[in-house]
Design a protein. Structure first.
Length: 260
């Protein structure tokens, strides 16, 4: 039963839209019975929502969401700044781990930082918001590359010039492809001192409501901060934070979609 509010019609209309969003096309009877709506007001709401292009009726006489909701979503997404959305979860991650945190995106075939958060215990790393970084020698770079579509991934790889700046740097395209496949399987990436010898990082991907990769976050520290014993734990922390940000962008895991 719906909670009584000062604006019951609005509450019921939102409940109808939410119910259809979760269950797909539904009959009027199913909606009314599940939400315990008064029939008279329910049909008035159905008519108004249909008039406003928020719902429509399909060939089976079921109600489904319609085009104006797509328009609303498009306008909202255009005005969303992922830095503002990511900052609170990423700040909590920085405070929990006392490690340097970055948010990065793929822009024009290059990876770059768009947010940097430092704790009091953060090591000094030559990074800044707007800095470009390697797609094959950085945690965020490899993470962003791993979830590209195969054709786009190959296009980007074919344009890379591999320079081994440390003993652990990847040296060729085949090594990178193997690494990207491993990243996809485990769900996170690892920079094992591949750009700076004594600096390690773990990174995790961020997805939107369309299941598309939009960004990645990373935790950065020394070899002591991210040693072999701590690495998997910190990767788990990064994944949890990335999922929190993804959910704020509308992403849902397969299990969450199934449950709804």
């Amino acid at each position: 039963m719906l909670e009584i509010t000062p604006v019951p019609a609005l509450t019921r209309a939102i409940a109808i839209l939410d119910f259809i969003a979760q269950h797909g096309p539904c009959s009027a009877a199913e909606i009314i019975e599940t939400l315990t709506l008064p029939k008279s007001s329910a049909y008035l709401l159905f008519a108004e929502l249909k008039k406003q292009r928020l719902i429509t009726i399909d060939r089976n006489n079921n109600y489904c969401l319609w085009t104006r909701l797509v328009e609303f979503a498009g306008h909202a997404l255009q005005r969303m700044d992922i830095r503002d959305i990511a900052r609170p979860p990423l700040t909590r991650l920085m405070q929990q781990t006392n490690l340097l945190c970055h948010l990065g995106i793929l822009e024009g075939g290059h990876a770059c930082y768009i947010l940097k958060l430092e704790s009091a215990a953060t090591i000094s790393v030559r990074s800044h918001e707007g800095k470009s970084l390697s797609l094959y020698r950085s945690g965020i770079g490899k993470c962003l590359l791993a979830w590209q579509q195969p054709e786009e991934q190959e296009r980007i790889i074919s344009g890379l010039r591999f320079v081994a700046v440390t003993p652990t740097s990847l040296r060729n395209a085949d090594a990178l492809r193997t690494e990207l496949a491993r990243i996809r399987r485990q769900g996170w990436s690892f920079d094992n001192g591949e750009d700076y010898p004594d600096v390690r990082c773990v990174a995790a991907p961020i997805f939107n409501a369309r299941q598309q990769l939009v960004a990645a976050i990373s935790l950065v520290g020394t070899r002591l901060d991210i040693d072999d014993d701590k690495r998997d734990y910190l990767a788990g922390q990064a994944i949890a934070c990335a999922r929190d940000i993804s959910r704020l962008l509308g992403w849902r895991s397969p299990a969450e979609k199934h449950a709804s």
